[in-house]
Design a protein around this ligand. Structure first.
Ligand code: RP5
Length: 181
């Protein structure tokens, strides 16, 4: 049985940030990967400021043992597409919302990849879903990870149920008092 838990020296998930200003977006992703016990690496490499290094990263990703790449970029966000052009590993793009267009530019840049080189695309700033989607891709290969993902969903559902139960017990007015004011 394949084992999803590998030494940190051999990361399965590569996270590439177009800039250090994208760091806050990836914090929830890193939390998810750590919770699921997935080995990852984090690098800053820009498709327009350091194009050679991005090309090198994509070209060597597979031989270094990476299995999925998360690429975070804002503005004219070509980083995920450029990475995807250099590898057949799955690439998940996360559009960053900090631009004057609020991230719609990055969203469309990533989602509208022309046919032939696919890039997955999360919602704007949704690093958390990028990590969960990366885990779901890896879970096809690692049964143990699939079970962890099911447990994650179960915990999430229980948290919603607990909140609903608290709302029911307190009544709308008290609940709003505690949570909104
Ligand atoms: C993109 O440009 C980065 O991904 C970032 O979201 C955006 C702005 O970068 P900085 O000017 O903050 O470095 O390449």
């Amino acid at each position: 049985m394949a084992d999803a838990t590998r030494p940190q020296a051999a990361p399965q998930v590569g996270i590439v940030l177009g800039s250090d200003s994208d760091l806050p977006i990836i914090r929830p992703a890193v939390a998810v990967l750590e919770e699921l016990g997935l080995a990852y690496e984090l690098v800053i490499a820009s498709a327009h400021r350091t194009p050679a290094r991005v090309a090198q990263y994509a070209a060597t990703a597979e031989e270094r043992g990476l299995e999925v790449i998360i690429a975070v970029a804002g503005g004219a966000a070509h980083l995920p597409g450029v990475l995807a052009a250099g590898t057949v590993l799955p690439v998940i793009g996360v559009p960053v919302g900090g631009s004057i267009l609020g991230g719609m530019d990055a969203l469309l840049s990533i989602a509208q990849m022309p046919g032939g080189v696919p890039v997955g695309c999360t919602g704007i700033n949704n690093g958390k879903n990028a990590a969960l989607l990366a885990a779901a891709i890896l879970a096809v290969k690692y049964p143990e990870l699939r079970e962890k993902l099911k447990a994650y969903r179960q915990r999430q559902a229980e948290e919603v149920d607990a909140k609903n139960e608290r709302l029911r017990q307190l009544g709308v007015e008290s609940y709003l008092e505690q949570h909104l004011r």
